[in-house]
Design a protein around this ligand. Structure first.
Ligand code: SAM
Length: 192
């Protein structure tokens, strides 16, 4: 990913999160994790991408750069008004607003209404809710599509994370692996 506007915006967000007087914490994936997602998406030609948990939009920028290159779009869901406003500003700065649809509100209510099929889904909302997100979107993941869930290693042992892994293991049309990058990402492919 070599777009200077996007790289500058990512840097700005990395600096912003160190400010002590921020209204809310800005959690985010690592730069390397974002790059890996971006390369996977470019490689696979993914066009329909869903993200749960936008925060400042840091991860969304990696997804949207690939979506734009592939002629697709990212649908990303966030419920914090502070973060929604910040993310919209960052999408504009990066020149990626046209490739992103920011869905405002609770993902538990919103993602059910979104039409599939999904080529790639990134789960990074409330950890206790991962299994519920999966339940409402799995039928819309296309065969060969990926669902990636963050914080699998950083939050190992947390009930929501363990419940998510247990739920994925019960699927007979899925194959998964946990990748030790950033906070640890559980990558699940939907089988034919
Ligand atoms: C870890 S942060 C996301 C970080 C972001 N993906 C990144 O890497 O830049 C989690 C975000 O999910 C949001 N969130 C949590 N549960 C949610 C829900 N049910 N619906 C919408 N947003 C949610 C929180 O407000 C928070 O901003």
């Amino acid at each position: 990913m070599r777009d200077e506007r996007i790289l500058q915006t990512l840097k700005e967000l990395e600096e912003l999160e160190t400010q002590p007087d921020l209204e809310e914490d800005l959690w985010r994936i690592s730069f390397d994790t974002g790059m890996l997602f971006n390369l996977i998406l470019r490689h696979s030609g993914a066009k329909r991408i869903l993200e749960v948990g936008t925060s400042s939009g840091y991860s969304t920028l990696f997804l949207a750069e690939a979506a734009r290159a592939n002629g697709g779009k990212v649908y990303t869901c966030e419920m914090s008004p502070f973060k929604i406003k910040l993310a919209r500003e960052m999408f504009d700065k990066a020149g990626l607003s046209d490739s992103i649809e920011l869905i405002e509100g609770n993902a538990l209510e919103k993602i059910e209404d979104l039409e599939g099929p999904w080529d790639f889904v990134f789960l990074d909302g409330m950890k206790d809710e991962y299994a519920f997100y999966l339940a409402s979107l799995w039928s819309k993941v296309r065969p060969g599509g990926l669902v990636v869930a963050d914080n699998m290693i950083s939050h190992k042992g947390v009930i929501g994370i363990e419940a998510y892994k247990f739920t994925v293991d019960l699927l007979d049309d899925a194959s998964s692996v946990t990748v030790p990058i950033g906070s640890g990402d559980h990558v699940t492919c939907k089988l034919d």
